[in-house]
Design a protein around this ligand. Structure first.
Ligand code: GPV
Length: 830
């Protein structure tokens, strides 16, 4: 690789300071960057100076691959995937780029020669938290796989100045602080001031007539600002392909004639400038939408219009007419956050590029595909019409027109069925009336998919049933995946080395090769190595937890981990009921022989989600009492690891023995953390929900701890009039646990603190914790017993890793390419 790389740059074999991959070249380049980019010499360089000098050194080594890729794309004009996502959670870049370039070892040596430890620089990097959780991380895994599979692609999104808040735990509760991730600069991004587009907001529309007497519409906005491209290189693993992550940042429109609007109001113009820059200021910290936040709608429209204008610009450079737009681009809508794209492309084609409606609709409906990520009805986005009208008056007209034509189609298929027409309308007529974004996405897309088999089936049977009946051919499943580069190779180098020594290096690009591990599952020597890898990751996590949380944990105990956003449907509180159950058992029977466990939690709660915040409080309150109680010492420990992130995940997944995947069946669309744990040899305790179903199918029922109602049983239980109060009274152990929480035992005697949570459980419990409690406790007991049989446990762990190949995001992306995008790989030479 290094050879061709050098030749491409200058036609010679000479390494230059910006390309050389040897230890010496990297060291020279590092010192050069320290001096010329940071104005520092080694003796006075801070950790941050060193980090940046290394980041620039690595970025230089990406750049000519980036240029080569752009050139190759320009020449071949390949079909291109555009991924529209309001969120990306790429994690730290440095380690991943070193890995994908294959230069981690020479870099480590180059720095060591200067007395600098690579790991300290890796640790220093602040990750871009431009997402909330699974959805944003999925987008980042997809970018990794697209580049690795050499598929031409652009990821479009928003360059939030402040990403997901930093979580601090104070007095046992979550406190949010702003995430100032750009404070020290971001060496990975390249700002492209020349790539900028106008974004209009508000105002009104009027009819126009052109010289030929044709009618048109002019949108007269009352605000205009700019979106500027900020690019990050996404390098594939072991290939030269560098795709683009293009994030938009908002600025006041330069050269825009404010006078026409403001009659020379200089002050007003400056205030406008301040306001325009708030568009990309901060990420909304909710997993599910808060209805009717104007700024959120502005953000969505902002990045969608910039991205579509950018695609149109790129398409025009190919010399092809706009009615071939959909042959050049396939545009994936990551949930409904970018669904306004359907109306915006129509506007751009019809109003700005004078295409007729029918021709424009042909292009539009062949361009978009929509991925749904939730079945929760409260999470389906809808915008109040008064707000929508105020922000996007022209788009509302366009949506009405799309809707009118669409509902005619529905009436043709289903005469007299006015109920169906109302259900399917893009407009929800309940006052104040709403635009239903999922319906807009369905109508404007040629493909609609869910993210796991069960989720895709339930979509067709429930929330999108009418659409499925109208267009069954549009519906697909694409089970999620995660990148084995970041989540195995980078996070777990010890496991990777063992895998490579045993199987050869091919598994990271072709994880079906992991199946060969099955042969070693019972091999005592291999098992021993397997346990040593896990043990070393547990020790490293224990050290981190001691440092961060000042809690000492025992690496020999079973590490029982639940890391994900805090949500009632994800049922972290069911996990807590289990902890308190064990606590009570030991209190009643001090000599009880149980498997020692360390319970580790991580995850953020939406700042406005009171019950989720109370769940965090409960975890910390129980931790506080359990960890101080000498009666349970050596058997139970509880840790809440604050500020969970991709970076913390790197240390967490490899250290877990047991992965908690407890969502009420039918509620978790897929889950992706479940895959990361299992790929690192954790066993899963989980319900038949989301991708758990398929993980269990792959690893085998014997190697998975299953409990709980099925999705069908959940629906039936609720329909039959569920009474959690009866379960509470019938199960003495459960009652003891709930009563202890209610008594104030974990809240310094204060009975009010957890009362809302307890009352909710015994009277409503819409996520059926009490119905699943007994099964969960029994299943946990089984897991605890199995852990004591270390040969059995290790065998199961090995078989999990061996059989997780399906859940590489490379498989997911290959399916999208084949079934939705019709996109082909294109090798890039340097
Ligand atoms: I909708 N998801 C998310 O993280 N944020 C959202 O706004 C929505 C969905 C998640 C789902 O909850 C997970 O089940 C899923 O694995 C993930 O999206 C990726 O598909």
């Amino acid at each position: 690789m290094a050879e061709s790389h050098r030749k491409a740059l200058n036609g010679t074999n000479r390494e230059t300071i910006r390309t050389g991959l040897s230890e010496e070249s990297i060291r020279a380049a590092f010192l050069d960057n320290l001096f010329y980019l940071q104005g520092r010499f080694p003796e006075v360089a801070t950790l941050n100076d060193q980090y940046k000098a290394l980041a620039y050194t690595v970025r230089d080594r990406l750049l000519h691959r980036w240029v080569a890729t752009t050139r190759a794309y320009q020449k071949a004009n390949p079909r291109t995937v555009c991924y529209l996502s309001a969120e990306y959670l790429p994690g730290p870049f440095l380690g991943n780029n070193l890995l994908n370039l294959g230069i981690e070892e020479p870099t480590r040596r180059a720095l060591a020669g200067l007395g600098i430890e690579l790991d300290a620089l890796l640790e220093h990097e602040e990750e871009p938290g431009l997402g909330n959780g699974g959805l944003g991380r999925l987008a980042a895994c997809f970018m990794d796989s697209l580049a690795t599979l050499q598929v031409p692609a652009i990821g479009y999104g928003i360059r939030y100045e402040f990403g997901i808040f930093d979580q601090v735990i104070r007095d046992g509760g979550q406190v949010e602080t702003t995430d100032n991730w750009l404070r020290f600069g971001n060496p990975w991004e390249v700002r492209r001031p020349a790539i900028a587009y106008d974004v209009r907001i508000g105002g009104y529309t009027e009819q126009t007539t052109d010289a030929q007497g044709r009618f048109g519409v002019r949108w007269v906005p009352n605000e205009v600002f700019n979106g500027i491209a900020v690019d990050t290189a996404i390098l594939g693993h072991g290939v030269n392909t560098v795709n683009l992550l293009r994030l938009w940042t908002a600025e006041a429109a330069e050269g825009f004639d404010f006078h026409a609007f403001n009659r020379g109001d200089y002050y007003g113009a400056v205030v406008r400038e301040v306001r325009s820059e708030t568009i990309s200021k901060v990420l909304y910290p909710n997993d599910e939408p808060e209805i009717g936040k104007r700024l959120r709608l502005l953000q969505q429209y902002f990045f969608v219009t910039c991205s579509l204008q950018d695609m149109i610009r790129i398409h025009r450079t190919t010399g092809q007419p706009l009615d071939k737009f959909h042959e050049k681009f396939s545009v994936q809508l990551n949930d409904t956050h970018p669904a306004i794209a359907v109306a915006e492309l129509m506007r751009l084609l019809v109003d700005e590029h004078q295409m007729g409606w029918d021709a424009a609709w042909e292009v539009t409906r062949h361009t978009f595909a929509y991925t749904n990520h939730t079945l929760l009805p409260e999470a389906l986005e809808k915008w109040p019409i008064p707000l929508f009208q105020n922000v996007l008056p022209r788009h509302l007209e366009i949506i009405y027109e799309i809707n009118a034509r669409f509902l005619d189609e529905v009436r043709l298929r289903h005469p007299f069925d006015t109920a169906r027409v109302q259900r399917m309308s893009i407009i929800d007529e309940a006052p104040p009336r709403f635009v239903r974004m999922a319906h807009l996405a369905c109508v404007g897309s040629f493909a609609i998919n869910g993210v796991a088999e069960l989720h895709s089936r339930l979509l067709k049977e429930t929330v999108l049933r009418d659409f499925f009946e109208l267009w069954p051919e549009k519906f697909q499943n694409k089970t999620n995946g995660v990148t084995p580069r970041r989540f195995v190779m980078l996070s777990n180098p010890g496991l990777s080395r063992l895998l490579t020594r045993t199987l050869g290096a091919g598994w990271a690009r072709d994880p079906s090769q992991l199946r060969v591990l099955e042969r070693h599952a019972d091999d005592a020597a291999f098992q021993q190595e397997w346990r040593e890898v896990k043990r070393s990751r547990k020790e490293a996590l224990a050290a981190r937890i001691l440092d961060r949380c000042n809690v000492s944990i025992d690496p020999d105990s079973l590490f029982d981990v639940q890391a994900k956003r805090i949500h009632e449907y994800k049922r972290q509180h069911l996990n807590v009921l289990h902890i308190v159950t064990l606590y009570n058992r030991i209190k009643f029977n001090p000599g009880l022989d149980i498997t020692p466990r360390t319970f580790i939690f991580g995850g953020k709660a939406a700042p406005g989600y009171a019950m989720a915040k109370l769940m965090i409080r409960l975890i910390n309150a129980v931790a506080d009492v359990v960890n101080r109680d000498p009666d349970v010492a050596g058997r139970l420990r509880v840790v809440f690891l604050p500020n969970f992130s991709v970076k913390l995940g790197h240390g967490l997944y490899p250290a877990a023995d047991l992965s908690e995947q407890l969502s009420t069946a039918g509620k978790e669309a897929s889950g992706t953390g479940n895959m990361k744990f299992s790929m690192n040899g954790a066993l899963t305790i989980g319900t038949l929900d989301g991708a758990n179903v398929e993980i269990r199918e792959e690893v085998g029922a014997d190697n998975f701890f299953l409990f709980g109602l099925t999705a069908e049983e959940v629906v039936r239980t609720l329909a039959e009039g569920y009474r959690p109060w009866d379960i509470y009274n019938a199960n003495l152990e459960l009652k003891g646990v709930i009563d202890l929480i209610a008594s104030g035992h974990f809240s310094h005697g204060d009975r009010t603190v957890f009362q809302p949570l307890v009352d909710h459980l015994v009277w409503h419990d819409n996520y059926l914790l009490l119905a699943d409690y007994a099964g969960y406790i029994a299943c946990q007991e089984q897991a605890g017993l199995t852990y004591r049989d270390s040969r059995q446990w290790t065998r199961m762990s090995i078989l999990n890793v061996a059989r997780m190949g399906k859940f590489s995001s490379d498989r997911t992306i290959a399916e999208y390419c084949r079934d939705i995008w019709r996109a082909e790989p294109m090798a890039v030479d340097v």
